[in-house]
Design a protein around this ligand. Sequence first.
Ligand code: MEV
Length: 320
Amino acid sequence: MRARATAPAKVILLGEHFVADGGTALACAIDARVSAEARPRAGGTVRIESRMGAAEAGTAPGDGDGAVPPALRPLLFAARESGAGGLELTVESPLTPGMGLGSSSACCVAAAGALLRLARGSEPPIKDALDLASRAERTAFPGASGVDAAACAHGGAMLYSAATGRRPVGAPGDGDPCSPRLVVAESSRAHSTAEAVARAGRFRDANPSEYSEMRSSAGKLASAGAHALASGDLAWLGWCMSENQALLARLGASNAELDALAEAGGGLSHGAKITGAGGGGCAVALADRGRAPRTARAFLKAGARRCFTARIDREGLEFP
Ligand code: MEV
């Protein structure tokens, strides 16, 4: 038997970093999907292959882990925890890792779906796959807020906080003239989420009252942005994104290259900012259909290494 599953990448529109510290974020899944396939393997070992490399280890925790690169360990954890026994797991992703688009969460969610489907012989509920993917992701980054995995598992747009969990947000459908386009620009550097979050933590510890005001402002922007998205008011949502970029720059999550991208992308669109942990990774601009190509050209002229236009993907984890 072969078990397949796919999951979308994500973009944080508003509120990253602050969400990892009790704040609220607005996030959405995008139509760039990761796929995973799990199949039984004779010999009682787990073999994993993805664009991050290939490795093999035993099915028991600790058995052969030293030979597994750190980037593959969350997938190894998920494979073992799924209870599927000896297996081969292949993960295919169109995403550049470390770009802030939820590549590792999307890989964990798709892998968890495929692994549980193999172990159970039937499609698992999304909540089971999300639980396994979140535990796998936290083996690499214990401070994860859960917003990335929730967006990849459920799809669509959502407000998210640790206290309330996921609150779905409606967004104009694709045929609607207010349907947003997300123009994504990759900078020259991949980032480490753990390092970027630690940097933000140092800012918080050195400036507690300023930080707490910034977190509250980011939460208000996320709530306002959710209303704007639901009502198709892209100008308002874009304004929220540009305001949020100023907060992220103060927090130390941006850098000169990302500032330049956000400025160039924001000029021709409704607004732009970094997305995800920052310190490298991507900038994203909110455009309407007509302005997306010009925004992409502005990003490339400002030095983006690669640029693509995405839509909100309403589908989360799927079993094709
Ligand atoms: C990463 O996409 C978003 C962060 O807020 C970390 C998290 O929420 O887990 C930086």
